[in-house]
Design a protein around this ligand. Structure first.
Ligand code: FAD
Length: 337
């Protein structure tokens, strides 16, 4: 999935790889072509609600797992020929997929993109590594600098994409370089230095067609017990301040410069604001939680309401941190395709 631009409406919307215009052939052809090109299982019509932490979202025309960079290239080629968009799905912890679903290929990175090695104090890890697992594992090896990731329920690739961060630290502080597959350039493998990625608050200037497959992290020697205590404190803080046992996508909005989105939403009296099965959390105002039966449309409407009311009350236009996918043409919510 390409860089996540901010649209005029301040919504972070996934830009599909491949082409979304004038798709040719039905979903059956897409599934058949992907099955032939990649091998492995290709699932038609699988609800993406099952693959996101928000637990909402419609069907993918085709859902498959890539196990090798050549699988990614094959997906891009089939999508280009059939004029269908592709979407990289990490662990779905920062993704709001429309009820209409995704009209193309949704690709997850499989075990072929897992694993990590230490090279001195550097760690080279596959993009499918879950951040909590990787953070805890490198800490056990007494490597410091990634403890903040222990409570970020995404993948390493998603963390690079979003410049994920917590407790005052972010991926920018530890990323040395990322290896990406350029799907718009014949699948060329490219190494991008952190400087080239121009990482800013919850944003990384990754090329539109780039899929992160591996990353090199620059860590430093640390004391195992201190790291363990640090991670335990992070988890405890979250249990106390965030509704982590309810479906959500974490922080919905970025903090505006010099302020906090949660403070602005709370002081606008929006805690508990509900649309259908989605509501602004009573525990943390920058979280939207959902209950069984909620739709992506409910979540999107809460986002739209919150943005409108905060803009009216405080003159601040909130920008979403969560990435929206598949909302093309929906009123108030638009894709940047
Ligand atoms: C309870 C909870 C707490 C959270 N706390 C935090 C927090 O403290 N700090 C924070 O920053 N975030 C937080 N998040 C949000 C989220 O976990 C992060 O944004 C995370 O980095 C997303 O990773 P993911 O693999 O789940 O990405 P996904 O949600 O699957 O995808 C997000 C975007 O990244 C793209 N992407 C995913 N993998 C790749 C790849 N390999 N190459 C290129 N693009 C890719 C997707 O296409 C999409 O555009 C939280 C979420 C939850 C549910």
């Amino acid at each position: 999935m390409a860089a996540v631009p901010e649209t005029r409406t301040g919504l972070s919307v996934a830009t599909p790889g491949g082409s979304a215009s004038a798709a040719t052939g039905g979903d059956d052809e897409l599934v058949a072509r992907l099955t032939a090109a990649v091998g492995g299982e290709v699932r038609a019509g699988e609800r993406l609600a099952a693959h996101t932490t928000l637990k909402v979202g419609g069907p993918a025309a085709a859902l498959l797992r890539a196990e090798h960079p050549s699988d990614l290239v094959a997906v891009a080629e089939v999508c280009a020929e059939l004029r269908r968009p592709w979407l990289i799905l990490g662990r779905g912890s920062n993704l709001l997929v429309a009820d209409a679903g995704w009209p193309g290929a949704v690709v997850t990175l499989g075990r072929g993109f897992r694993g990590w090695v230490a090279e001195g104090s550097d760690v080279v890890a596959g993009a499918a590594e879950p951040m909590p697992v990787l953070s805890a594992a490198v800490a056990r090896q007494r490597l410091a600098g990634l403890a903040f990731g222990v409570a970020i329920p995404g993948s390493l690739g998603g963390a690079v994409r979003m410049n994920a961060g917590a407790m005052g630290r972010e991926m920018r502080d530890v990323l040395d370089s990322a290896e990406v597959v350029r799907l718009g350039d014949g699948g060329r493998l490219q190494r991008l230095d952190a400087a080239e990625l121009r990482m800013t608050y919850r944003h990384t200037a990754l090329p539109a067609d780039a899929v992160v497959v591996r990353a090199r992290l620059r860590l430093r020697p640390g004391a195992g017990d201190e790291l363990a205590a640090e991670m335990a404190a992070f988890k405890q803080w979250r249990r106390e301040h965030q509704p982590i046992n309810e479906p959500s996508c974490g922080s919905v909005f970025r903090n505006p410069p010099g302020d906090s989105a949660g403070r602005l939403i709370d002081s606008s009296g929006l805690k508990g604001h509900r649309v259908g099965g989605a509501q602004v959390s009573d525990k943390h105002a920058n979280f939207i939680t959902v209950r069984a039966g909620a739709t992506a449309g409910d979540v999107a409407q809460v986002i739209t309401d919150v943005r409108r009311i905060v803009a009216e009350r405080h003159g601040v236009t909130l920008v979403t941190e969560v990435v929206l996918a598949g909302f093309a043409g929906e009123p108030g919510v638009q894709d940047s395709t």
